[in-house]
Design a protein around this ligand. Structure first.
Ligand code: SAM
Length: 238
């Protein structure tokens, strides 16, 4: 392992709020004010955050489509001494968002990576779910097609911890229906909607109870789905 050069810049991983601007930390602001450049998904989204904080650090677009070429460019800038903050539109960068390639490139080039803890929808939903937290598997987004979803569900059917999925408002009801056909109506789930926002809703219980509740309510907004291991229920829990 080669040591990092003292003259190189650093990469800061900075999580932005998943809905509530009050979740911004003072460290978040200090880092964004102190770096030379902010690499972010959508410069329009981050510009609003910067205006809110009264900051004018230069922004550069770093998104799925240009992740590979930008990672090389940004590493070069760090080798030349510039420090960079990596930001997503919401939540933790590199988690179902661009970032992994840049972090990997930093390690390859012995550039220091400094993670700043902050908001993440998966961990927030898991902690609030009442479902087992001692072991969990984060899957991110499920495939678009039904067969792909069923294959993934089959693969993790007997996993001994909770499963965490990101889901869109367009597919949440369909996914719950596939989940019920694959795992049965007794499987416990948590549907966490609009976490940290005005319409935050956290529904936890057996699929047979939660599915109709989701169908009755608005499915606008953002969803994270947590699925308990087989056999788990609130009644049997110690
Ligand atoms: N990097 C982000 C993180 O750390 O949470 C996740 C980005 S991923 C592109 C966006 C997905 O995260 C949404 O489609 C939704 O499934 C989930 N998500 C984001 N914000 C959420 C919120 N406030 N409530 C529930 N789920 C949310």
């Amino acid at each position: 392992m080669s040591p990092e050069s003292p003259n190189s810049g650093k990469l800061y991983l900075v999580a932005s709020p998943i809905g509530n601007l009050n979740d911004l930390s003072s460290r978040f602001t200090d880092v964004l004010a102190g770096v030379d450049l902010i690499a972010c998904e959508d410069t329009r989204v981050t510009s609003k955050l910067m205006a809110h904080l009264g900051l004018n650090t230069p922004l550069v677009s770093y998104r799925e489509e240009n992740e590979r070429s930008k990672s090389i460019e940004l590493c070069q800038a760090m080798i030349e001494g510039k420090s960079i903050a990596l930001l997503s539109d919401a939540g933790y960068p590199a988690i179902s968002d661009p970032g992994f390639r840049l972090v990997r490139a930093c390690h390859t080039h012995h550039l220091k990576v400094i993670p700043i803890p902050g908001p993440n929808a998966a961990i927030t939903a898991l902690a609030a779910s009442g479902l087992p937290t001692h072991q969990f598997l984060f899957h991110g987004f499920l495939p678009k097609k039904k067969n792909g979803v069923l294959q993934i569900l089959e693969k993790w059917k007997d996993f001994s911890g909770s499963l965490i999925f990101y889901e869109s408002k367009y597919k949440i009801e369909k996914t719950l229906s596939l989940l019920e056909s694959a795992y049965g109506p007794e499987r416990f789930v948590c549907v966490a909607r609009e976490l940290t926002k005005v319409h935050e809703t956290i529904l936890s219980g057996a699929l047979s109870k939660i599915r109709p509740l989701v169908a009755q309510r608005s499915t606008k907004g953002e969803f994270t789905l947590v699925v308990a291991p087989a056999g788990y229920s609130f009644e049997d829990a110690e």
